[in-house]
Design a protein around this ligand. Sequence first.
Ligand code: ADP
Ligand code: MG
Length: 479
Amino acid sequence: MTKTFAELGLSEQTLKALEDVGYQSPSPIQEQAIPPLLGGRDVIGQAQTGTGKTAAFALPIVEYVQHDLAEVQALVLTPTRELCIQVTQAIRVYGATHNVNVVAVFGGAPIRTQEAQLRAGGQVVVGTVGRVLDLVTRGSLVLHDCRFVVLDEADEMLDLGFLEDVEKILGRTPNGRQTALFSATVPTEIRALADRYLYEPLVVKVEAPTLTIDTVEQFALTVGAAQKEAKLVEVLRAERPEQAIVFVRTKMRCERLFRTLRDQGVDVRALHGDMTQGARDGVMLAFKSGRLPLLVATDVAARGLDISTVTHVINFDVPVSPDVYVHRIGRTGRIGRSGRAITFVEPRQEHALEAIVRHIGMDIVPWTEGAHTDAAPMKAPPRRHEKPQVARAADEPKQRLVISGGRAAGIDVAALVGAITHATGLDGEAVSDVRVLERFSLLSVPAAEAARVIEALDGTTVRERTVSVEPLALGQPAD
Ligand code: ADP
Ligand code: MG
């Protein structure tokens, strides 16, 4: 029997924030990690991508922080800038009813701005390893009172060679701190780090892969290397995915497939490690906001990112290992949703598919044109220049947006809806589930309009306050 959030020991205030976000019950990793973390224990939390690890530590942090103290009380270290931003947003939302100040620090942005933000007071700091170490070394980030430290996605820190820096940072925090480590996998180096820096940690492990791929319908199709591109177009036409990621093995193949699809008029972008950080951010934002239906990506570039709106994963190149397969398709069929995964297998790669089937212990059935008929109705892959649909069905996909500014700034529902209809020409009915919190507001707009709303409203003034608007990287209300 799943417990409720209240049964985990969270305060009324936090429960209110969760209600605003629309979470109905804790995920397994949350159910197991939150009570010991609230109780002050060190925890190693291991669960696959997409299982809700962020809230598993973010909710205890929100409860832990004393809002009448200005010092940095909690630190979350992340391997990448994307994750840093995602975690920051999440803590802000979960902490919205607590008035928690969260500062994000990451490379590739001016350090002085971040130093100023830290001076203005950050009770929780979320940062990438390199930038945090820089700031600590410069004396701009003081961790003397930081008694709650989280290493998020620790296995990726290992991949990126950050462990030594992580140790230096931990060395600057009080010995009596509470430390938690969350990761999809716990390789020996990470376990060794935990043995050195965590105190009698409780190991909380949610077994993969059943968690997320249970809800994914899995298909494979055998296709010769030379026919793959044509086959992909055929599959996209038949499946009509709302949003899909196509995984390829290398950066070069990624770029090539992207160009081929683009030249055929498909609305698609690429995501791979040779792109600049700025270009990657742009693609991610477009994808998350729902305005980009198709992404061609390499494993590394897309790893660890929460892309909860994805309906389809297509393995254009068969994954190099069963683990990679689970990692890829775990991106669809997130909590409360179902997804479809289609794997292309070249004739000489049949053994790789067999290894995957053995590993996951589930059937992967042959894909055929008709295999999609029982799926929910979905949009055709939009083509460039095609007009967005205007009819507003009750079940059309929505995007939740976070607006900086809430009751404290005099913002109310009418002001928000008014600003949006005025700036975009949308009718008021397009804006739904508006929640005005103390310092933030949340609302939903049709996913297809989200980018337009963000563009029109971001940086404008509502009730004499300049607001920023961002897509919420969190699950949508369940109903
Ligand atoms: P992980 O870090 O394990 O990869 P995330 O913390 O990024 O996973 O969460 C994945 C998605 O699940 C996010 O969109 C998040 O908003 C959503 N989510 C997390 N917890 C819940 C919950 N209890 N109910 C519904 N959705 C949730
Ligand atoms: Mg995570």
